[in-house]
Structure formats: structure tokens, C-alpha cells
Ligand binder design. Structure first.
Ligand code: SAH
Length: 455
């Protein structure tokens, strides 16, 4: 029998909000049928209008409030919610930290796991923290604009203050935008697949203040390229690297495969944990440097190194965790799938005079099988995978190598819970509380460190 949804599209009704989803939407239930509502907080009572009804859930928008949460922040700029830049800015920061702790705890509870989750380690100033921006460039009414897409769309909303980005980066984007306008360089048009500049990426070293500008272009060359590049580095004295990335495909993927240095070096440098890192345009680098130092310190402390251990750092990026651990271990092996990241990692080992680290380009899941087959016996394995989590084969080969500890740095609690369960099936148990660290204030992203030990 088909159960009919208890609400219909456009219907207005009064609800109370009982929860927040992992995307930061309020949840109300009508006869057990969940409705998801943007900008609604737990405990609030409001009138809503249903906007979409699916089989087992629906969406609604808030119309008016009967009561508001004490954790609601007033006077927020709604652009940051519309663009998805800061979907949680309407929730007071201490409540954001509790929300993240609660997210992890709830997911483990649903999996019938009794684990302790420590309070989220937060930031003192939870805005303007990002060291990297990646903004789309489009023509609006004949003028080149930079900003961010309205959520679930490709409509550009022009923005000059990105709220969670280093203000020096915001200023650089405006400068580059103005120069693109001045040289009449056209923005890319997704519909006609014509035009030139698709995106601008900016990275700035938190300690070094070195800045990299990446111009992502549909074309192999930008009109007035030499003058443009000259003007950018004259206008922005912190710029030590200007890079062209060519992406000629009709795709949502931001970067293409060709990168060419137009000015300065192919990398910028920054420091973390007192170590120096070179970072190239294509390499992953944590976006919140202040919190990253806390996160890494946590991972190092939890690894409990004495100087005698062999360590594997899977998903090592440019070798940040690997090198931080190498100072306290006998030997470290790192693996990442991005060749540029591993090139950076090797340079970084040299820069920091660390000779007990070896880096490999491969899928972590494949490299782990090889290490296991060739008899590598790690004492500690650190994993820091992307949102999709670990491949089962990686967990299996890790368990076969039998490290006494696995330190799991996770950016997605849903895959963390799934992966931890497989580790448990293979003889590992969670040791101590899971520690969330807030890498992405004002957003619902949850980062955490979990330690698993061999039984
Ligand atoms: N530990 C690093 C990087 C973490 S981000 C740091 O803290 O900076 C995740 C990394 O996983 C990225 O560098 C990405 O290139 C890499 N990656 C993604 N899929 C992978 C795979 N299947 N195998 C190995 N590395 C992968």
C-alpha cells in the first residue's frame, strides 16, 4: 500500500523544529513525516510553507516565527546562507560546536555504538579563517563579476566580502576582477561554452603572507596576458606566484590538467607546526591553518611516538602530517594519489632536513596492499581520507599489517562510523574519546580524530 504524505505542496502549517540535519537544515515532523527547513533551529516554533514533497520526506520554507531559539544569531546576511558559504551563521558559535559533537555521537548511536565524543575544539575568532578562495567568474549585464553561486544552481551572486575568508584574499579577488574588467577580458559562459576566465583561485600563507593567484581559463592563453600578469603583481605586492590553469572542457570540475607559471614560482610557502611547506596550485592544503595546527597536534599526541616507530601516513597530501610525525618517529611512509602533491611532499622533506620519510604516488588502497605484500610492519597508521572515507581493501590490508594504533582523521562522520565498524570486525577497538576539531566554522562540516587500537 502506498502511504500518502501527510502534507502537500504549498500547504502552510505550524511546526516545531526538533533537530538539525548534517547540512544544517531544521527538521520538523508531521505524523513522523520529516520536513527540512532552511534557517530553522531546534526548539523554534514557526509557520512554514511546503515547497517540495518526495516519497519519504519534504522541504519547506520558513514564513514566520512564533518563538526563536536562544542560540539564534540575529542580523545575519542572508547571502551567506543562499550561497552556502556559511549555512550555520545563524547559529551561535558555541551551539555550532555542540552541534558538531552531537552529529558524531548520534551517528555512532544509530550504529549501536557506545562511544564518547569530546567537546569540539573551536576557534576564538570563527570568521575570516580560510587561507584559500575559489570563486567563479561570470558576466552579469555585460560586466565581469566575481562571487559565489546560489546554492543548487549556477546563478552567480556577486560578492566582495566572503565572510569566512582571509580579508587579504577578498581584497585580491576584487583587484584581479577590476584588472580583468580593465583589460576587457571576457568571463566564461557556461551555456555557450565560450569566453575565457572561469574561476579565480587564491591561496595565502597564514604565516608567510605569500600569495598565489591561479587564473583558470577555458583558453590556452588569456588576452592581454602579459600586461594583466604585470599589473596583478604590481597591485598586489604579496603575490609571489601567478599560475594559469587551462580547463577547456564543458564540465563542473574546476581545474584542468595543464598549469603554467606566468609569474614567480610554481609554489607558495607556508609554515605549520614550525615546518616549512611548499604548496602548488593542484595540491590539497588544509584551509584553516590555525585549527590545522591543533588537529595535527592532536594526531601527533594521540599517535604517542617515542622515536622508534614506523609510521604510514595514507592520504598524505603535501606531507604535512608525515613530516610533523617524522620528527618523532624512526621511519615514515606517505602516499597520495595526486602527483603534484607528492612532488611537493618530497621537496618539503628536503626543506625541513627530514631524511626518514619516503613518499609514493598511488591510490592509498593499492599502495597499502603493496606495503603489506612486501612485509612493511607499521606501528602506527594515520589515515586522512576525503569525504568518501576508506576503501574496504585499505582497512583489510591495514589490519593484516597489524599496527598497534590507527589514527583516523575524518572530515565525514558518516563514513567514519562505517569504517570504524569494519576495523572493529578486524580486531580493533576505539580508544578514548573521539575529538572533533572545528576546521570549518559557520558551516556544518565536521572534522574529528579517532584512535583505534589493536585488541
Ligand atoms: N593529510 C593531508 C591531506 C588530506 S586531504 C593534509 O592534512 O593536508 C585528502 C588527500 O587525499 C588529498 O591530498 C587527496 O589528493 C588524497 N586522495 C584522494 N583520494 C585518494 C586515494 N584514493 N588514494 C590516495 N590519496 C587520495
Amino acid at each position: 500500500m502506498k502511504i500518502k504524505a501527510p502534507v502537500s505542496k504549498n500547504e502552510q502549517l505550524d511546526v516545531s523544529i526538533m533537530d538539525l540535519t548534517y547540512q544544517g537544515m531544521g527538521v520538523a515532523k508531521v505524523d513522523d513525516f520529516p520536513l527540512f527547513i532552511e534557517n530553522a533551529l531546534p526548539g523554534e516554533e514557526l509557520t512554514i510553507q511546503v515547497t517540495k514533497v518526495a516519497k519519504n520526506y519534504g522541504f519547506a520554507r520558513a514564513i514566520s516565527w512564533k518563538s526563536e531559539s536562544p542560540d539564534r544569531v540575529k542580523d545575519v546576511d542572508k547571502t551567506y546562507r543562499q550561497t552556502g558559504i556559511a549555512p550555520l551563521q545563524h547559529l551561535a558559535y558555541p551551539a555550532q560546536l555542540k552541534f558538531k559533537q552531537h552529529q558524531i555521537a548520534e551517528l555512532f548511536k544509530k550504529a549501536h555504538q557506545d562511544v564518547e565524543v569530546a567537546p569540539t575544539l573551536g576557534m576564538e575568532n570563527p570568521t575570516q579563517y580560510r587561507n584559500k578562495a575559489q570563486v567563479p567568474v561570470r558576466m552579469i549585464k555585460g560586466q565581469l563579476e566575481t562571487g559565489f553561486y546560489r546554492q543548487h544552481s549556477h546563478d552567480l551572486i556577486p560578492l566582495t566580502d566572503f565572510y569566512i575568508q582571509d580579508p587579504a584574499i577578498d581584497a585580491a579577488i576584487i583587484k584581479v576582477r577590476d584588472l580583468l574588467r580593465q583589460f576587457e577580458i571576457p568571463a566564461y559562459n557556461e551555456i555557450s561554452d565560450k569566453g575565457v576566465i572561469r574561476n579565480i583561485m587564491v591561496r595565502r600563507g597564514y604565516y608567510s603572507h605569500e600569495m598565489m593567484i591561479v587564473l583558470i581559463s577555458r583558453t590556452q592563453k588569456i588576452p592581454s596576458q602579459a600586461q594583466l600578469v604585470d599589473q596583478i603583481h604590481q597591485a598586489l605586492p604579496e603575490v609571489t606566484s601567478i599560475v594559469l590553469n587551462v580547463n577547456a572542457k564543458k564540465t563542473n570540475v574546476i581545474m584542468g590538467n595543464v598549469t603554467r607559471v606566468l609569474y614567480g614560482k610554481p609554489t607558495i610557502e607556508d609554515t605549520l607546526m614550525g615546518l616549512t611547506f611548499a604548496i602548488s596550485a593542484r595540491s590539497f592544503y588544509q584551509v584553516n591553518p590555525q585549527q590545522t595546527e591543533k588537529l595535527y597536534q592532536m594526531a601527533i599526541d594521540k599517535a604517542g611516538l617515542t622515536g622508534e616507530e614506523t609510521v604510514i601516513d595514507a592520504y598524505c597530501g603535501i606531507g604535512t602530517i608525515s613530516l610533523a610525525l617524522a620528527k618523532h618517529a624512526k621511519q615514515v611512509y606517505g602516499v597520495d594519489i595526486v602527483p603534484e602533491a607528492i612532488e611537493d611532499a618530497k621537496v618539503n622533506a628536503q626543506k625541513n632536513h627530514l631524511t626518514n620519510v619516503d613518499f609514493f604516488v598511488d591510490k592509498a588502497e593499492d599502495q597499502m596492499i603493496q606495503w603489506q605484500a612486501s612485509g612493511v610492519k607499521p606501528d602506527i597508521v594515520v589515515v586522512d581520507p576525503p569525504r568518501k572515507g576508506l576503501a574496504e581493501t585499505l582497512i583489510e590490508s591495514t589490519a593484516k599489517m597489524g599496527p598497534k594504533k590507527v589514527v583516523y582523521v575524518s572530515c565525514n562522520p558518516a563514513t567514519l562510523v562505517r569504517d570504524v565498524q569494519l576495523f572493529q570486525d578486524l580486531g580493533y577497538v576505539i580508544d578514548g574519546p573521539i575529538q572533533p576539531v572545528d576546521q570549518f566554522p559557520q558551516t556544518p562540516h565536521v572534522e574529528s580524530v579517532t584512535v583505534l587500537v589493536k585488541k
